[in-house]
Write a new protein. Structure first.
Length: 91
């Protein structure tokens, strides 16, 4: 929301999204629709992930109604990201 407000647009063309964990399939759909150009994450999300799961929304070039898939960089600072995730409170 902050990026859209700053850019005065729902289109986030040319932007980079950074995350500790791989975006899920639903988040990946929003990333594609917004036109985000690059996604950088540390920890894969397994079967829920939008890049590494059986539903790789972030890299599926067959989804013609959307812009080209974003560049995806995974495993960046993975140990540090996992450490941060293990420190969060459990509910």
């Amino acid at each position: 929301q902050a990026a859209s407000q700053t850019l005065h647009s729902l289109r986030l063309t040319g932007t980079t999204l950074y995350s500790n964990v791989e975006p899920c399939v639903l988040c990946s759909w929003v990333i594609r629709k917004a036109g985000i150009a690059r996604v950088v994450f540390g920890v894969p999300a397994g079967e829920a992930g939008g890049f590494t799961s059986q539903y790789p929304v972030l890299k599926d070039a067959e989804l013609n109604e959307w812009v080209s898939p974003p560049e995806v960089v995974s495993g960046i600072l993975q140990d540090e990201c996992e450490s941060l995730m293990n420190k969060r409170p459990r509910y």
